[in-house]
Design a protein around this ligand. Structure first.
Ligand code: NAD
Ligand code: MG
Length: 395
């Protein structure tokens, strides 16, 4: 029986994880569920999965959940605040932590799970982007098991020999990350200024949270995944390539020295990589339907246009500069995306804001988590300044 904590249980990945778990009550037991503020959704999950702990970061939401559960005879204790997230990620009773909080808020609890030697199912790519070297050092030092949930990295993981001892000893020439290009792949660039948040969140193939949906539309998501792949597989930026693949059926590929290319394919449904990570090295059932190749007909591939997707190049440049540059990129992007989602800046201003911050960034190698947090905060302040300038231009 694996005892599981889900950080971000009310989000898209959290809900998909619970859907997979619900089919295997004999293998998995939910130890803790954690979210930001959605007490009504968390209440439903608590009623269904009876965790030992339910965590909400927002105090008022935690209070509401506590009173809804009063007198119900459920075994669940409600905890509150960011420290509680760390507690349920590192508790001795926990075997597996699903890291599915969105954004920089995921870093501290995910790293806590790592330093307590847990099996960590990583969806929160931002924590690896922010603290790549420190994070991977901690994985090795504490003997944690890191399994990639992100579909591209999960695909690459499935194509690599296990145990994987590095790109050269596995005979790998290139890692090929695929990306659909999002909802604006064919939209004229002249129309980008009037893109609305709802249009940006309507991904053609995947159903995801709003932040990652916008990142997919700008292809910052692929940029963050580029950085994530460098750290996960100890690859140099030159060993990675991003390929557009509108159908989202090939989730990524590995090319070996002899010219062989292995691809992992499947429905664009996160329950596949989630089930793979939960059961690894075994396989378990989920509710994902089979691929129908007759209906698919053909798969196509192409090169991403840098003019359409400036965020992709900004992220690759941040990885090449190293140090705190990826943390700064991530922070600037979070601020810009939040502004776009509330309608305060236009879609093209996301890339402009991130670019402004990166132009003024003087990176350094972070010694510890505090250095990463400092870089994150500094980049957020720079992004806020850049946004003021952006809005002045718009007036
Ligand atoms: P989402 O917005 O649907 O859900 C986010 C979850 O995190 C929610 O449960 C929310 O309550 C919680 N949360 C947000 N801020 C928090 C905070 N400060 N403290 C505690 N909890 C907080 O996001 P999602 O689409 O499920 O994505 C989650 C993560 O997984 C992201 O890092 C994303 O990049 C990654 N990911 C998602 C997908 C996908 O298909 N959705 C695929 C690959 C990777
Ligand atoms: Mg992905």
């Amino acid at each position: 029986m694996q005892r599981i904590t889900i950080l971000g249980s009310t989000g898209s990945i959290g809900v998909s994880t619970l859907d997979v778990l619900s089919g295997h009550p004999d293998r998995y037991q939910v130890f803790a569920l954690a979210a930001q503020s959605s007490d009504a959704k968390l209440l439903e999950q608590v009623e269904r999965f009876h965790p030992r702990y339910a965590v909400l970061c927002e105090p008022a939401a935690a209070e509401r959940l506590r009173s809804s559960l009063q007198g119900r005879g459920l075994p669940t204790e409600v905890l509150c605040g960011a420290e509680a997230l760390v507690e349920v990620a590192s508790a001795a009773e926990v075997d597996t932590v699903v890291a599915a909080v969105v954004g920089a808020a995921g870093l501290a609890p995910t790293l806590a799970a790592v330093t307590h030697g847990k099996r960590v199912l990583l969806a929160n790519k931002e924590s690896l982007v922010m603290a790549g070297r420190l994070f991977m050092d901690a994985v090795r030092r504490h003997n944690a098991q890191l399994l990639p949930v992100d579909s591209e990295h999960n695909a690459i993981f499935q194509c690599l020999p296990q145990p994987f001892a590095g790109m050269s000893s596995a005979g790998v020439r290139r890692l090929i990350l695929t990306g659909s290009g999002g909802p604006f792949r064919d939209l004229p660039l002249s129309a980008f200024g009037s893109i609305t948040p709802d249009q940006a969140c309507a991904h053609p193939n995947w159903s995801m949270g709003r932040k990652i949906s916008v990142d997919s539309a700008t292809m910052m998501n692929k940029g963050l995944e580029f950085i994530e792949a460098c750290w996960l597989f100890d690859a140099q930026p030159e060993q990675l390539e991003v390929v557009l693949h509108p159908q989202s059926i090939v989730h990524s590929m590995v090319e070996f020295l002899d010219g062989s290319v292995l691809a992992q394919m499947g429905q664009p449904d996160m329950r596949t990589p989630i089930a793979h990570c939960l059961a690894w090295p075994e396989r378990i059932k989920n509710r994902v339907p089979s691929l129908n190749f007759f209906q698919l007909g053909s798969l196509s591939f192409g090169a991403p246009d840098p003019e359409r997707y400036p965020c992709l190049d900004l992220a690759i440049a941040a990885m090449r500069s190293g140090g705190t540059a990826p943390a700064a990129l991530n922070a600037a992007n979070e601020i810009a995306v939040a502004e776009f989602l509330t309608g305060r800046i236009s879609f093209p201003q996301i890339a402009i804001t991130v670019d402004r911050v990166m132009q003024g960034w003087n990176g350094w190698e972070p010694r510890d988590l505090d250095c990463v947090i400092e870089a994150d905060l500094r980049a957020r302040a720079m992004a806020a300044d850049a946004l003021v300038a952006c809005r002045r231009v718009a007036l």
